[in-house]
Design a protein around this ligand. Structure first.
Ligand SMILES: Cc1cc2nc3c(=O)[nH]c(=O)nc-3n(C[C@H](O)[C@H](O)[C@H](O)COP(=O)(O)OP(=O)(O)OC[C@H]3O[C@@H](n4cnc5c(N)ncnc54)[C@H](O)[C@@H]3O)c2cc1C
Length: 567
């Protein structure tokens, strides 16, 4: 009986962060739901206890059902039969188990059948599910799309669709087309309004759509004839019960094989407008993607955890030269860095999730009453922090997941190259995390403005002012030195006033900011719990070396050097 929540005490540490008090207070609004719903919490402690209990159930289902199914799902995969997707047997069993346990629509309000969970415990469930099977996380995690319906659809649509998601209907997010990948402004799937039928019809093709045969789809389509940019796009809800969308094929992929990636053909598919016309990309997809990016950040952390666990277990078990390989410093070092990267990305994930929680809860409160001036300021601050941290959590988290999966194979030696060990699947599954929901390069495009407008540095200064345990003051001082060097690099590049130079150095600048922020988070965590003492030491040293490497690259870089990199 494995429990993937209880066996990882780091999770409870993040769940019990002091900011949860404010998050729960905002989310539960004086605990009024208790008068209507038997299972609604009566106070803060009760709410925290309910998150803990539900996560225990998630941990149990992941340990006992989803993880044991993962190898077979990877081999069997889904199929297309008569234009419909048939999941692998294990996937269907996983969906049944999570639905039965009430884990669909977790973050949705109780009046629609959800659990009204804040983002933090919901994302924690995603972290745990991803560890058990990253491919299954995609299907389960697409419940995220209900959040977009909740935020932007009308009440009738919310009643009809969110309730279904809470009962187990699955969702998909249909954005990508053959000529519109990173550049979603190029979406051409056509939406036409029929005056006669008083409804919209969709025609065209979408590709690479995860769970493309879902019950309910969110679709980005061109509603304004003759337009060619993002301003002509609207968001639609397509209900599979109405028909009109066929799955032409599913992709034969490297990893996350249980998750069907579909090419879809829309033929006069009846759809409903979600929100206002023309705001599809500009407003709704941006919100949808931010939520989904946090989901991929969680998926990355879950994969990192799986990779670390597999590597650690193998290193303890495998003997060479008369001793366990974990006793060789070269192997122990790899494991220590893996754990440090895992802890640091998890710290960044939950810091970001808390920021999202506060501003989203305030957004929601604002639908019921006018916010006080203090609340409006709070909303603004947290919304900015969430926007600036999300691309870091997704970008760095996914890159670290890939590095940890690589190192996991390395620790397994030749055995790691064989299909006999889970690490081979973990390695293949990890690869997609830095591609979908915006590649790492696109996360850098989103993050660089917070480098140049000083937002990251301002937040770093706030971390520098936070107290730490005496034994970590040395590490905090080293992080202060790192920040000073980062600030000097930013000044060097921005003063050159050359966009190409800035674009070229953007990844390094963003990474320097992220490494420093994660260092502070590690020191904060280590000050509160012994669980993180070693990781804090290892991580700050790692980050220091990485930052130094980037500084050397940038300091010696001249604008004229760009010529060598033009192809
Ligand atoms: C398994 C899988 C599942 C997916 N699921 C979904 C889904 O459910 N729904 C959905 O809508 N889509 C989905 N996608 C699509 C996915 O989001 C896109 O593949 C991704 O956004 C990249 O687009 P692209 O593949 O067209 O690559 P391109 O946009 O062609 O990018 C190719 C390369 O160019 C780089 N590049 C492009 N533009 C820039 C820029 N401005 N600056 C710097 N570098 C740039 C990229 O970083 C990348 O390295 C999925 C894809 C896969 C593989």
């Amino acid at each position: 009986m494995a429990n993937f929540y209880l066996d990882t005490p780091e999770l409870k540490h993040h769940l019990n962060h002091p900011l949860m008090k404010r998050i729960v207070e905002l989310k539960e609004r004086n605990y009024t739901d208790k008068d209507t719903f038997e299972y609604a919490p009566i106070d803060f402690e009760d709410a925290m206890d309910s998150y803990d209990k539900v996560l225990e159930i998630v941990g149990e289902i992941c340990g006992d059902i989803i993880a044991p199914n993962s190898e077979e799902v990877d081999h069997e995969g889904p199929q297309v039969i008569n234009n419909r997707v048939k999941y692998a047997g294990g996937t269907a069993a996983n969906l049944e188990a999570t639905t039965k346990a009430g884990l669909m629509g977790m973050a949705m309000p109780r009046r629609y059948g959800g659990l009204n969970f804040p983002i933090v415990p919901y994302i924690m469930a995603a972290d745990i599910v991803s560890r058990s099977d990253a491919g299954f996380e995609n299907l389960w995690g697409l419940q995220d799309c209900a959040e977009t319906i909740y935020e932007f659809a009308n009440e009738d649509q919310k009643q009809r669709y969110i309730t279904r998601v809470c009962q187990g209907d699955t969702m998909s997010m249909d954005l990508t087309e053959p000529d519109a990948g990173s550049d979603l402004q190029a979406v051409m799937l056509k939406a036409t309004y029929s005056e006669k039928d008083q409804c919209w019809y969709l025609n065209g093709v979408k590709r690479f759509i995860t769970n493309g045969d879902a019950d309910i789809h969110l679709v980005l389509a061109r509603s304004e004839e003759g337009t060619h940019d993002g301003r002509g796009l609207s968001m639609f809800i397509y209900d599979k019960r109405n028909g009109g969308v066929n799955v032409r094929r599913i992709e034969n992929k490297m990893g996350i094989k249980g998750s069907p990636t579909c090419e879809l053909v829309y033929k006069n598919a009846k759809a409903e407008l979600c929100g206002d016309r023309k705001l599809g990309l500009i407003k709704y997809v941006m919100a949808l993607m931010n939520g989904a990016r946090l989901g991929i950040a969680a998926q990355s952390v879950g994969i990192s955890q799986a990779a670390y666990n597999e590597a650690l277990a193998y290193a303890k078990d495998r003997k060479q030269f008369g001793k366990a390989i974990i006793d060789f410093p070269a192997v122990a070092e790899i494991l220590s860095v893996m754990k440090a990267k895992l802890d640091a990305t998890r710290a960044l994930l939950y810091e970001t999730a808390r920021f999202v929680d506060v501003y989203k809860a305030l957004d929601d409160v604002a639908k019921e009453r006018k916010l006080t001036p203090e609340e409006r300021t709070e909303q603004k601050v947290f919304s900015k922090l969430a926007d600036s941290f999300t691309p870091l959590a997704k970008g760095i988290g996914s890159e670290f997941a890939n590095q940890n999966a690589y190192d996991c194979i390395q620790i397994h030696g030749g055995s790691g190259f064989m299909k006999d060990y889970a690490c081979e699947r973990i390695y293949r599954d990890a690869r997609i995390t830095s591609i979908y929901e915006g590649t790492t390069q696109l996360q850098v495009v989103a993050a660089i403005r917070y480098v140049t407008n000083g937002a990251y540095l301002a937040r770093i200064k706030e971390y520098e002012a936070m107290p730490v345990a005496p034994e970590f003051e040395g590490l905090q001082n080293r992080l202060k030195e790192m920040a000073a060097k980062y600030a000097a690099c930013v000044t060097q590049i921005t003063e050159a006033k050359d966009q190409e130079l800035l674009d070229f150095c953007a990844r390094r600048l963003v990474e320097m900011a992220a490494y420093t922020i994660m260092g502070h988070l590690m020191v904060q965590d280590a000050s509160k719990s012994d669980l993180f003492s070693e990781s804090a030491q290892v991580y700050v040293r790692y980050a220091e070396a990485e930052v130094e490497k980037h500084i050397n690259f940038i300091r010696k870089f001249d604008k004229d050097d760009l010529a060598y990199y033009r192809k």
